[in-house]
Write a protein that binds this ligand. Structure first.
Ligand SMILES: [Zn+2]
Ligand SMILES: [Zn+2]
Ligand SMILES: [Zn+2]
Length: 126
């Protein structure tokens, strides 16, 4: 049976409607200030963080652990799961650079980053 996950807290349910009805303890607006939201990526053998490239086999482990490369600062927020699934190649949405290794794409700086030349890392297209 398919599994659906909340992209904030990792809550898992086989029925997406019942997931969306309930409030989320890790909602970005605050504890139970909003509902769970669906992770839109495929059910996969591995889930990857778009900031640091860390990968985990369990979805909940990605969204509940802090990220050393979070844009707000070192471990100021949790890993954010990539919604594109496993691919043979990953492409940067700013400059079009592509690499077969997800982590090496998201951990190297991007010449076309919106904040300026190499002011941030490549960001993967879905
Ligand atoms: Zn949630
Ligand atoms: Zn991370
Ligand atoms: Zn780039």
């Amino acid at each position: 049976m398919a599994k659906y996950f909340c992209k904030f807290c990792g809550e898992e349910n086989s029925d997406p409607a019942s997931l969306l009805r309930n409030s989320c303890p890790k909602h970005p607006a605050g504890f139970r200030n909003g509902k769970h939201e669906l992770f839109e990526g495929p059910e996969d053998s591995e889930y990857r963080c778009i900031y640091c490239g860390e990968s985990k086999r369990v979805f909940r482990d990605i969204v509940t652990q802090s990220c050393p490369k979070h844009p707000d600062g070192f471990r100021k927020g949790n890993h954010v799961p990539y919604e594109g699934g496993t691919k043979s190649e990953y492409t940067c949405k700013y400059c079009g650079e592509h690499k077969s290794d997800f982590r090496s794409l998201v951990t190297s700086s991007c010449p076309k980053h919106p904040d300026g030349f190499r002011k941030g890392n490549h960001s993967p297209l879905k």
